[in-house]
Design a protein around this ligand. Structure first.
Ligand code: ZN
Length: 252
C-alpha cells in the first residue's frame, strides 16, 4: 500500500511532468482513492480500460493517453461517462503523454531506439517546441526488410512501410504514435528511415520526394512499452505496490 499523493509526486518529479507544453493535461487528471495497493498500466484512458482496472482491483491507473486534452468545458456526454465511472470506482487517473514519449529511460522513443541498439543517439522530432523523439545510427547497416523483421518481432506487430529510402539503412529516427509530421525534419537531417506508429495520406509523396523510408508499426504497438517500463520504475520505488498491465489494442 502507498499513499496516492506520494505516488503522484514521485511520478511528477521523475517524468518532469510540468516541464513540457502538451495538448494533454499531464499528471493526476481525476482523483480517486487515497490508499493505493494496485496500479493498472494502460496505453489509453477508455471505459474499456477502466472496467478492466476496476475488475482487477486497482485504485490507480497510469495511462499514456489520458482523456483531458486542453481542459474540460462541460461534463456531459462522453466526459460525463468517463468521470462518473472513475469516481464510482474510486479510481485515480494519471496521464503522461509527451513526458512519457520523450523520457530518456522509460520513454516510448528511447525504448524503440534500444530495440535496434541504436548508437550515437540524439534528440529528434520537434513537437510543440520540444524534441520528443530520438535518432541515431544502427550498429551495422540493414535492409528495410531486416529492420522491419527486428521490430515486428519485438513489438508483435506488422510493419507497413513506404519504401523510398536507400537499400542499406544506417541512420534511423523514432517518434512513437502519430509521428509522421516529423518526416520533413527526418529528411532535412539526412535520416534513411523514420519509424513511427501511423501517418496521413500525404506522407507517401513526401517520403518519395525525400528519398526516405517511412515505417509504420502501429500507434498502439509503439506506445505500450513506456507505460510498462514506468510501472517497473514505480515498483522499484514503492515495492509494496502491485502492477498490472491492461492490454486493449486499438488496431491502429
Ligand atoms: Zn499516442
Amino acid at each position: 500500500m502507498a499513499n496516492r499523493n506520494e505516488i503522484v509526486s514521485f511520478l511528477d518529479d521523475y517524468l518532469a511532468i510540468g516541464q513540457v507544453s502538451d495538448k494533454s493535461i499531464n499528471g493526476l487528471q481525476v482523483e480517486g482513492a487515497t490508499d493505493v495497493s494496485r496500479v493498472a498500466l494502460a496505453t489509453d484512458a477508455a471505459l474499456a480500460t477502466y472496467e478492466k482496472a476496476h475488475a482487477a482491483g486497482a485504485q490507480m491507473m497510469i495511462v499514456h493517453h489520458g482523456f483531458i486534452w486542453g481542459g474540460l468545458k462541460t461534463i456531459t456526454g462522453r466526459h460525463y461517462q468517463h468521470i462518473k465511472t472513475l469516481i464510482n470506482y474510486n479510481l485515480n487517473l494519471y496521464a503522461a503523454h509527451l513526458p512519457l514519449d520523450m523520457h530518456p529511460e522509460v520513454g516510448n522513443n528511447a525504448l524503440l531506439a534500444k530495440i535496434s541498439k541504436i548508437k550515437r543517439i540524439k534528440p529528434f522530432g520537434e513537437y510543440m517546441g520540444t524534441s520528443i523523439g530520438f535518432g541515431g545510427t544502427l550498429p551495422e547497416p540493414l535492409t528495410l526488410k531486416e529492420l522491419e523483421a527486428i521490430y515486428e518481432k519485438a513489438l508483435d506487430t506488422k510493419a507497413n512501410s513506404i519504401a523510398f529510402g536507400p537499400k542499406k539503412i544506417e541512420k534511423v529516427a523514432f517518434i512513437s504514435g502519430g509521428g509522421a509530421s516529423t518526416l520533413a525534419e527526418a529528411i532535412t537531417l539526412g535520416y534513411d528511415c523514420l519509424i513511427t506508429g501511423e501517418g496521413s495520406h500525404d506522407k507517401y509523396h513526401e517520403a518519395r520526394e525525400g528519398n526516405i523510408h517511412l515505417m509504420y508499426l502501429g500507434h498502439y504497438k509503439t506506445e505500450t512499452a513506456g507505460v510498462k517500463a514506468l510501472g517497473d520504475k514505480l515498483k522499484e520505488t514503492f515495492p509494496n505496490l502491485e502492477m498490472i498491465f491492461i492490454d486493449e489494442p486499438t488496431g491502429y
